[in-house]
Design a binder for this molecule. Structure first.
Ligand code: ARG
Length: 459
């Protein structure tokens, strides 16, 4: 039976019903809808609108329904109910008859769906935080393993300065830590209960909305019924978290794809996470990381889609808002899956240490140290930069690295240069100099690893 129909003299056209119904995707809200209904029944009883016996009956029947849905989440899909709210009510009427028809007293699907969706977002937020923590843990293990493994670092995709592979992984730890803090912030903002807003103008039932909010685990009751039923900022917020998180995953994916390429060869993936080509027998492709990068577009798109749906919507509820769900569910599921795949893939990724070390020394990536050497001998940095540039140009024309130029040649660029310059040009020297907080020196990495591990244990 539909939740409405008394004022209609003809049934819905099948074509319209098919277009209008949302059960095929909002069925995932069942546990939250049931939980919200149990709390609502309790409020109705406290307001004198249900007897204790009726409330108990509703509570038990809803509890049974919850168990049935937990055992088989797709159970609602067997029905042709309009949406999950209609399905829950129809199930109750089937089971306990007349009392079930009292449950919708003083409430609307408008405040109910907003409540269900907030409960869903809060629960999903928790899962996303945990998925981020698991990914951070794997990034940290990688960082620990390769804390002393040099790697070429790039700007503009041109060799810039050597870094440690561990330092590279720790950069992504920072990003994911921010993603966790963004999710926690979002969870706070979603912690407002709209139930008891009625259809738009508030409920006529004399319920204690704050007690109801607390019963459902919310901190606050929403303060304006029009806003309560039509606010979806919390969905935009969590989509923003997902979009930014995916953006980070797409960047790590791009780095890994590059470092695994034939052109770089600094990283290697295990066969377990690589795929081949149907035509080219030699290929070993980074599909896993390409999917992380590719799925980012989908999540960013869902964020944009919901923003566009909400733009210009008049108060209060409009059916446009039913469009908040499919994209949201898809985006959050995609984000969670990608985090899980990152955590899964990190142990399957290794640094080709000897090759990476050799690569880290190419491309005049010790030129900054050469300039620093001149500065240490008293030359102003701007002049040192220019002199070093001339030395690099010369060395490049000779097809030699800076450290292979003999001392007389080097002194041709500045008579401040002495044989102790060669120590500055060694790979380890450049790496070890970057000891200030956040640098790539082994000592700085040790501190960063400790901070990140402490953070993870406290999270
Ligand atoms: N399926 C609807 C949605 O997801 C539930 C709310 C329906 N409210 C209404 N007045 N038709 O938005």
């Amino acid at each position: 039976m539909s939740l409405w129909g008394g004022r209609f003299s003809a049934p819905s056209a099948a074509e319209f019903k098919q277009f209008n119904d949302s059960l095929r995707f909002d069925y995932v809200l069942a546990p939250f809808d049931i939980q919200a209904s149990q709390a609502w029944a309790k409020s109705l009883q406290q307001a004198g609108l249900l007897t204790s016996a009726e409330q108990q009956q509703l509570h038990d029947a809803l509890g049974d329904l919850l168990k049935a849905v937990q055992a088989n989440p797709e159970l609602p899909l067997k029905s042709d109910a309009e949406d999950i709210h209609s399905w829950v009510e129809a199930q109750l009427i089937d089971k306990i008859g007349a009392t079930a028809k009292r449950l919708h007293t003083g409430r609307s699907r408008n405040d109910l769906v907003a409540t269900d969706l907030r409960l869903f977002c809060k629960a999903t937020c928790e899962q996303l935080i945990n998925a981020n923590l698991a990914a951070i843990q794997q990034l940290l293990l990688f960082a620990e393993r390769y804390q002393a493994a040099p790697l070429p670092g790039y700007t503009h995709l041109q060799r810039a300065q050597p870094i440690m592979a561990g330092h590279w992984a720790l950069a992504y730890v920072q990003m994911l830590q921010r993603d966790v803090s963004r999710l926690k912030e979002m969870r706070k903002r979603a912690d407002v209960c709209p139930l008891g807003s009625g259809a738009l103008a508030g409920t006529t039932a004399a319920i204690d909305r704050e007690a109801l909010a607390h019963e459902l685990g919310f901190r606050f009751a929403s303060e304006n019924s029009l806003d309560g039923v039509s606010d979806r900022d919390f969905a935009l917020d969590i989509l923003h978290c997902a979009a930014t998180g995916m953006l980070h995953l797409s960047r790590i994916a791009e780095d890994v794809i590059f470092y695994c390429s034939g052109e770089s060869g600094c990283f290697a993936m295990s066969d377990r996470i690589s795929s081949g080509s149907s035509l080219m027998p030699q290929k070993k492709n980074p599909d896993l990381f390409e999917l992380l990068r590719g799925k980012t577009g989908r999540v960013l798109g869902q964020q944009h889609a919901l923003q566009t749906t909400l733009k210009g919507l008049p108060l209060a509820y409009n059916k446009d808002m039913q469009e908040d769900k499919e994209g949201l569910f898809d985006a959050l599921q995609t984000y969670q899956q990608c985090l899980q795949m990152l955590a899964f893939a990190m142990p399957e990724l290794s640094v080709n240490e000897a090759h990476a070390k050799q690569q880290a020394q190419l491309g005049y990536s010790n030129a900054t140290e050469f300039a620093d050497y001149l500065v240490s001998k008293g030359m102003p940095f701007r002049d040192a930069h220019h002199v070093t540039g001339q030395a690099v140009l010369f060395a490049q024309q000779q097809g030699q690295p800076l450290e292979d130029l003999d001392i007389d040649t080097l002194r041709g660029f500045s008579d401040l240069i002495e044989p102790d310059v060669y120590a500055f040009l060694e790979l380890d020297y450049g790496l070890e100099q970057r000891r200030a907080i956040g640098g790539t020196a082994p000592s700085a990495i040790k501190t960063a690893l400790k901070h990140a591990n402490d953070w993870l244990h406290a999270a």
